[in-house]
Structure formats: structure tokens, C-alpha cells
Write a protein that binds this ligand. Structure first.
Ligand code: SAM
Length: 281
């Protein structure tokens, strides 16, 4: 199957239909959740403290939901309006921005305690136009330089992506280093065709004082451990959903915020907004 980034630009590929299909696919939900938990582990945040995180290419908020569940506040940026629309409909708690990460970020220096990005930066390896300013190295340079500045010192950014060659990994890491990042590449299950995952684990300053973490080995043992963890998480997620019903006021406030920001197509308020469904019996 052809890679999505070779088919069309992201904001076209993730149009209304694909954005919904992507978000509702239970296999995708599961894989993205696994990678988000692993990214959080690699971020190595101080335990039991809420952090302020950036989700780069947040899409419909699949990772954001996990950040919320773990008690963190987050900001999400994405280039595809339809993905953000789905995130909005799903009433995620993060603040969402429509933005091309290849143009760089405009956040105040040191704003974030960390950043994650799941299955996104391979899109930056394709030139959007033939203009030199949109060449992959230029876009990657703007992306990494402004990301470095948006993170506080020390902190980390963990970016999972799908390289199609070692040269691509080399290009990305060398540009990240030039932008000031330390750290390196972490490869989980390197010998498995299916389970192999590549993470860039980037440090601002000393990144919290540790070496680049080791990748996970041994597919079978890993799969079993993953399964156990998944079961635990699903239970925790269900429990936290039960205790985290968003009330009408919260939803109205969020919609009002988006309208004031000039966002179009915010769903209308109705007598049903934020009301619990009656149990069917
Ligand atoms: C495979 S989806 C992953 C979405 C989300 N991170 C997740 O794990 O569900 C890739 C996302 O990257 C976004 N993306 C691709 N290129 C981008 C760019 N230049 N700027 C911002 N977002 C981009 C797409 O719009 C899409 O939402």
C-alpha cells in the first residue's frame, strides 16, 4: 500500500471522510494509544505533576485524550481542518490551532514542559511546492529551530515517525542537532517488521539529565507486556471517563472560546448540549 504522504498533501488527504474514518478505526486508536504511552514514557516527566505539553500534528486528538487522562494540559496543532473539526466534536480539552508545522511555531520561548508527535514528521519530507523555501530541509529547519525555542530548558520532545530509509533518519537527526537539540533515535522492536517503531528522543539542555533511553527488544515478550498494560490502561481510562463527564457549562465555554477566535462551523448550542443520555431501559 502506498504511504499516505505520497498520495496527497496532508490537509487534502485528511479531508472530512478520511478524518472520521481514521478516528473511528479501533486498530488505529489502539496503535496510536500505544505509541502515545511510549512517547510519554520517553518524555520522562517528573512523576505525579501535571505538565503543559505540545502535541505536534495532533489530528483528531487521539493522543490528546491520553495526555488528559494522565493529568496533563495540552495544546495541539495540525494542518488539516477536518482532523481538528473531529477533535472539536469529540470535545477534547486541549486548545487547538490550525497550523503548518513546516512554517515553524510562534510560541513564546520556554512555553512547554515537553512535546510529543505521533506519526507526523514523515510528512515534512515531501516538498509542498517547487519553491526553494518549501524544500524538506528548509521546512525541517524552521520546524526544529522554533520547537527548540518553544520548549523550556531542560525538557524533551519525543517524535514517533515512519521513515522510509536510514537516509531520512540521518537527515532529520542532523537538522535537529543543528537546531540545538541533543538526544537521539530510539528504535523499539528493531527486528520485527510489524512492531518496529522509530522515536526521535530530543533533549533541550540535558533533557532531564539522562542518556538516550534504550529501545524495547523482543517482540513476543513486548507484545505480552503491551497487552497487560493495555488492559490496565483501558480500565483506568474507563474509570476516569466515568468521573470526568463534561458538563454543559464546560462545553458552552469551549464553544464560545472557539467562536470568539473566529472559528467557523462550531456546532450550535441546543437544549441537548452537555445533557446526559437517559439510560435505555
Ligand atoms: C497519521 S495522522 C496522526 C494524527 C495524530 N498524531 C494521531 O496520532 O492520531 C498525521 C497527522 O499529521 C498532520 N500533519 C501532516 N503534515 C503536517 C504539517 N505540515 N503541519 C501540521 N500537521 C501536519 C496531518 O494533518 C494528520 O493529522
Amino acid at each position: 500500500m502506498s504511504r499516505p504522504e505520497l498520495i496527497a498533501p496532508p490537509e487534502i488527504y485528511y479531508g472530512d471522510t478520511e478524518a472520521k474514518k481514521y478516528t473511528q478505526n479501533s486498530r488505529i486508536q489502539q496503535i496510536q494509544a500505544e505509541m502515545t504511552y511510549r512517547a510519554l514514557e520517553l518524555l520522562n516527566l517528573p512523576p505525579d505533576q501535571p505538565a503543559f505539553l505540545l502535541d505536534i500534528g495532533c489530528g483528531s486528538g487521539l493522543s490528546g485524550e491520553i495526555l488528559e487522562e494522565q493529568g496533563h494540559a495540552w495544546v495541539g496543532v495540525d494542518i488539516a481542518p477536518s482532523m481538528l473539526e473531529v477533535a472539536l466534536e469529540r470535545e477534547v480539552e486541549g486548545d487547538l490551532f490550525l497550523q503548518d508545522i513546516g512554517q515553524g511555531f510562534g510560541f513564546r520561548p520556554g512555553s512547554f514542559d515537553g512535546a510529543i508527535s505521533i506519526s507526523v514528521i514523515q510528512w515534512l519530507l515531501n516538498a509542498e511546492t517547487s519553491h526553494p523555501s518549501s524544500s524538506p530541509p528548509r521546512r525541517l529547519t524552521r520546524f526544529f529551530t522554533t520547537l527548540h525555542s518553544a520548549l523550556r530548558n531542560p525538557s524533551r520532545a519525543v517524535l514517533q515517525f515512519y521513515p522510509s530509509s536510514d537516509d531520512q533518519i540521518q537527515l532529520i537527526t542532523s537538522i535537529a542537532q543543528k537546531a540545538g537539540f541533543g538526544g537521539g533515535v530510539v528504535v523499539d522492536y528493531p527486528n520485527s517488521k510489524k512492531a518496529k517503531k522509530v522515536f526521535l528522543c530530543l533533549f533541550v539542555g540535558n533533557g532531564g539529565g539522562q542518556q538516550v533511553p534504550k529501545g524495547l527488544e523482543g517482540e513476543e515478550a513486548g507484545e505480552r507486556a503491551k497487552f497487560e498494560k493495555r488492559r490496565e490502561r483501558e480500565k483506568r481510562r474507563k474509570d476516569s471517563k466515568k468521573n470526568n463527564v463534561k458538563d454543559r457549562d464546560w462545553i458552552l465555554k469551549k464553544k464560545d472560546l472557539y467562536r470568539r477566535r473566529g472559528k467557523e462551523d462550531v456546532p450550535r448550542d441546543s437544549q441537548y448540549t452537555g445533557r446526559k443520555r437517559r439510560p435505555a431501559f
